[in-house]
Design a protein around this ligand. Structure first.
Ligand code: RBF
Length: 341
């Protein structure tokens, strides 16, 4: 039995059922299945917020729709059974989730519950009418991160060293990481200077902040002056190490300039909150295009670099910001094409 956890950060409590809801037949009931924990993971915080916003809006407009958030926890071996129980409850017209591993977990479940619709973000899957997927062009997202990281690492900024070396800490090794994010981060850095080396390390889970901190320390010791953490709750440990040892952070997924002021040198964001909001609203209105995959990116506004933030302007010198701006303009005008692999 899956437990639904009430997240206190969500304000519209009447819309958020802490336990199992028994919707009337005229009522839409939507579940957000979080494969992990929400707190500390930008992708999941945006997932929940986007769904909540869409439901709030629909309710304000008089539509009967409820939202349940289910945190499946960090034991990934349990996600399949937890997803089966969520579908077996039968009360949810739509189950929403997010991460590249979910379609494979859901695929066999669609055979058991053929009427159940699934909407999966940050994932790609085709050919199953019950599974709708959206992913972001993470080649663009990671390229712009690597570019800014290398600009800072090559600069005369206070905490930059002479080594042409930057780091990336991942929660786990998974195909989107090893085939898209890491290669594109490297590609972006080497566009600044081909001699850049990337120190890539893996936490082994998405929550161990003390291991995140240990890895970051070892990496700084090995010459990394900029580190990009993509490790969920373990990111906290990387930030703590950055504050203590003074190295720079390249933030990924949402705006992270507030995480460690004067040390966070970039925020390469995916507009997951906006996309989830739009697609859940489309589902509620009956206009969601089901059973198809869509990739969104920079030209349509779902990948962006946050440059209009005072903390970025104060931290990163003008000359570097101008180089970054010129590179972003080349992506925008099509002269630098970074199609997702
Ligand atoms: N990202 C997080 O921030 N928190 C997580 O708990 C998390 N769990 C993941 C579990 C699996 C199996 C996979 C494949 C990815 C996970 N991610 C997680 C990474 C996330 O999907 C995405 O790749 C990164 O946030 C970069 O955009």
């Amino acid at each position: 039995m899956v437990s639904a956890i009430a997240l206190t950060l969500l304000s519209a409590l009447p819309l958020f059922s802490a336990g199992r809801t028994e919707p009337s037949t005229s009522e839409l009931s939507i579940a957000v299945f979080v494969p992990g924990v929400v707190s500390g993971s930008p992708v999941y915080e945006m997932l929940v917020a986007g769904a909540q916003n869409a439901v709030n809006e629909a309710v304000a407009a008089g539509t009967k729709v409820s939202l349940t958030v289910i945190e499946a926890g960090t034991r990934q071996a349990d996600w399949g059974t937890k997803m089966v129980s969520t579908a077996a409850e039968g009360g949810y017209s739509l189950i929403i989730t997010s991460n590249p591993a979910m379609p494979e977990i859901i695929e066999p479940i669609t055979l058991l519950f053929p009427k159940q619709d699934f909407l999966v973000f940050d994932a790609k899957h085709e050919g199953n009418p019950a599974i709708t997927t959206f992913r972001y062009n993470q080649r663009e997202q990671a390229y712009i991160s690597g570019y800014m990281a290398a600009l800072v690492s090559s600069s005369s900024m206070t905490h930059a060293n002479k080594a042409k070396k930057i780091g990336l800490i991942a929660g786990q090794e998974y195909p989107a990481m090893t085939e898209i994010i890491l290669p594109a981060y490297t590609e972006g850095a080497r566009a600044v200077d081909p001699s850049f080396e990337i120190d890539f390390r893996v936490v082994g889970n998405w929550y161990d902040a003390s291991r995140g901190s240990d890895l970051a320390r070892a990496m700084q010791n090995a010459g990394c002056d900029v580190i990009m953490p993509i490790s969920g709750g373990a990111n906290q440990g990387v930030i703590a190490a950055a504050k203590e040892l003074s190295f720079y952070i390249a933030w990924f997924d949402d705006n992270g300039y507030g995480k460690a002021p004067s040390l966070v040198i970039s925020s390469a964001i995916m507009a997951q909150e906006k996309l989830v909001h739009e697609q859940v609203a489309a589902y509620i209105n009956g206009t969601l295009k089901k059973g198809v995959h869509t990739t969104v990116g920079m030209t349509d506004g779902y990948i962006a670099f946050v440059s209009e933030d005072e903390r970025y302007i104060e931290t990163v010198p003008l000359a570097l910001r101008q180089q970054m701006k010129a590179m972003l303009a080349r992506i925008a005008d099509g002269s630098l094409a970074l199609p997702s692999r």
